[in-house]
Design a protein around this ligand. Structure first.
Ligand SMILES: Nc1ncnc2c1ncn2[C@@H]1O[C@H](COP(=O)(O)OP(=O)(O)OP(=O)(O)O)[C@@H](O)[C@H]1O
Ligand SMILES: Nc1ccn([C@@H]2O[C@H](COP(=O)(O)O)[C@@H](O)[C@H]2O)c(=O)n1
Length: 226
């Protein structure tokens, strides 16, 4: 471990607030923030554009082998480059969101992604969010957090976010999309979404963003002081 620096793993279901608080915690500690979902989204975008079957594990794994995905720190978090093209906005499309879990369920895709993600954690000083960070990517993370909230609250938050960005939004459709993604992510055979045994569970349903970030920082400071 680089002296005085730790790894913080944040997992949880869709729209639980992982990236929002991960960014805040990373900023406060001047750590790198890594949104691993963006990597699965980038591969999904490329597969859709190139008409690669999302059912074909071999084709997706081969596509990933010839793909570069770079995550660059920016003022507001992270910019995502797919084969040197900025896809930060494109990977958030409804089409990518509705298909990404079908890509992420394949074991060989995950194996390659996990290797790429682990390469980013070698020096510690990282806050990484996703679905399998505490269980597979950084099983020895000094701080592990599992965030969740009711599906109603998560859909409401996403709806408010869409409205504030001027996007069309339907709260019932969001609820279904979130439920469907959670179902695929928790039921897949390879590294399903599950709380690591040693993760601290935080139900954010009635907590503010600052409350959640404070709790995670407090866990981190306890480790850093010990
Ligand atoms: N504790 C909270 N209270 C109120 N709103 C929150 C809270 N945490 C997050 N939000 C809001 O909820 C929305 C979803 O949060 P965020 O994008 O961080 O979730 P996520 O877990 O990273 O989602 P995904 O896994 O789908 O990428 C954002 O608009 C964010 O501002
Ligand atoms: N470590 C991870 C991260 C993400 N996924 C899959 O990607 C989807 C999109 O993630 P977001 O965080 O951007 O919503 C997610 O639903 C998972 O299917 C993953 O498997 N492992």
């Amino acid at each position: 471990m680089e002296e005085g620096k730790i790894a913080i793993a944040i997992d949880g279901p869709a729209a639980a607030g992982k990236s929002t608080v991960a960014k805040l915690v990373a900023k406060k500690l001047t750590y790198i923030y890594v949104d691993t979902g963006a990597m699965y989204r980038a591969l999904t975008l490329k597969a859709i554009k190139q008409h690669v079957s999302l059912e074909s594990e071999a084709d997706l794994a081969a596509l990933l082998t010839s793909t570069t995905i770079e995550l660059k720190q920016s003022e507001n978090g992270q910019k995502v480059y797919l084969d040197q093209q900025d896809v930060t906005v494109d990977i958030r499309s409804l089409e990518v969101t509705n298909n990404v879990s079908y890509v992420a369920k394949h074991a060989s895709v995950r194996k390659d992604m996990v290797k790429r993600q682990q390469a980013l954690t070698e020096k510690r000083g990282v806050v990484m969010d996703g679905r399998d960070i505490g269980t597979h990517v950084i099983p020895d993370a000094e701080v592990k957090i599992f965030l969740h909230a009711t599906v109603e609250e998560r859909a409401k938050r996403r709806h408010e976010e869409n409205i504030s960005k001027g996007f069309n939004s339907n709260i019932e459709e969001l609820k279904e999309e979130i439920k469907q993604r959670d179902l695929i992510d928790t039921k897949r055979e390879s590294a399903p979404l599950i709380k690591a045994e040693d993760a601290v569970e935080i139900d954010t349903t009635s907590l503010s963003i600052d409350d959640v970030a404070r709790q995670i920082l407090s866990e981190a400071l306890n480790v850093l002081k010990s």
